[in-house]
Design a protein around this ligand. Structure first.
Ligand SMILES: *Cc1c(COP(=O)(O)O)cnc(C)c1O
Length: 225
C-alpha cells in the first residue's frame, strides 16, 4: 500500500490525489467531489506539517486524546483545517470531541447521541455527524448494526434534531469490500443521506466506484504506522 517509488509523504499525497482523480474518472464521477481525509494517527506534528504545507487541509484522527495533544496548535495556525474523528467515541469524551473536531464520523448509539446533544448545548458547537455502520456485524467493531441503522437514524433525527450528514463503514479485513460499500450506499439512499465515508489505503478506488464522498487514507500517504 506504500508506493516505494515515492519517498516522502508529500509525494505520496500527490500520487494518492492523482489516483483519486483517476478513480473518479473511471466511475464517471469526475464532476463530483470526493474528499481526501488524510489519516494522521500515530504521526507527529513534525510529520504532519509538510503535508499541510503541501495544501492538505482535511485530516482524520481515531483517538480524542491523541488529537487533543496534536491539533489545537495547528488549528490556531491554519484556520481552514477540517478535523474528522474516525475512531470510537466514549460518551465521557463528548465535550472534548465536540470542541476539537469538525466532523464526528462515529456516532453509533443512542447514549452517545444523547451525550453529543448535551455537548452541543454546552459548547455551542455542532460538528457534522456521520453514523458508523458495522456492515460486517463484527462483535469487536463499533457501529450500529445494518438491521438497526434505519431506526437509529430516525432516533437521531427525531429525538435530537440532528442533521445526519453521512454514513461511515470499515469493512471486515477478510471480506470483499464491495459488498460492504454497496450495503452502506443502500442504507444511505433509502434514508436520504448524502455523504459516504468509505475506502482506505487498500480499497479507496473501489469505494469511489461505489459512491464514496470521503475516503480515509493513512498508510498510502504517511507510510506504515
Ligand atoms: C487508520 C484508519 C484509516 C486509515 O487506514 P489506512 O489503511 O492506513 O489508509 C481509515 N479509517 C479508520 C477508521 C482508521 O482507523
Amino acid at each position: 500500500m506504500v508506493d516505494e517509488k515515492y519517498n516522502n509523504a508529500c509525494d505520496r499525497l500527490f500520487h494518492v490525489r492523482a489516483q483519486i482523480d483517476e478513480a473518479k474518472q473511471k466511475a464517471g464521477r469526475e464532476n463530483e467531489k470526493v474528499s481526501l481525509v488524510c489519516v494522521s494517527k500515530f504521526f507527529s506534528t513534525d510529520q504532519i506539517r509538510p503535508v499541510i504545507d503541501a495544501g492538505q487541509r482535511i485530516f482524520g484522527e481515531n483517538r480524542v486524546q491523541e488529537a487533543a495533544e496534536k491539533w489545537p496548535e495547528m488549528q490556531r495556525e491554519f484556520k481552514d483545517i477540517e478535523l474528522h474523528l474516525i475512531g470510537p467515541l466514549q460518551t465521557n469524551k463528548s465535550v472534548q470531541a465536540v470542541k476539537l473536531f469538525d466532523y464526528i464520523e462515529t456516532l453509533d448509539r443512542p447514549k452517545l447521541a444523547r451525550e453529543l446533544a448535551k455537548a452541543f448545548d454546552k459548547t455551542g458547537k455542532t460538528p457534522k455527524l456521520f453514523i458508523q455502520v458495522n456492515t460486517g456485524a463484527e462483535h469487536q467493531k463499533a457501529g450500529v448494526l445494518p438491521t438497526k441503522a434505519d431506526e437509529f437514524i430516525q432516533i437521531c433525527r427525531n429525538e435530537y434534531q440532528f442533521e445526519i450528514s453521512g454514513l461511515m463503514c470499515i469493512p471486515p479485513v477478510d471480506e470483499e469490500a464491495s459488498l460492504h460499500f454497496s450495503l452502506l450506499t443502500k442504507i444511505a439512499e433509502r434514508n436520504g443521506i448524502k455523504s459516504l465515508s468509505m475506502g482506505m489505503s487498500g480499497d479507496f478506488a473501489k469505494a469511489i466506484r461505489f459512491g464514496a464522498t470521503h475516503v480515509r487514507i493513512g498508510t498510502a500517504i504517511f507510510g506504515q504506522r
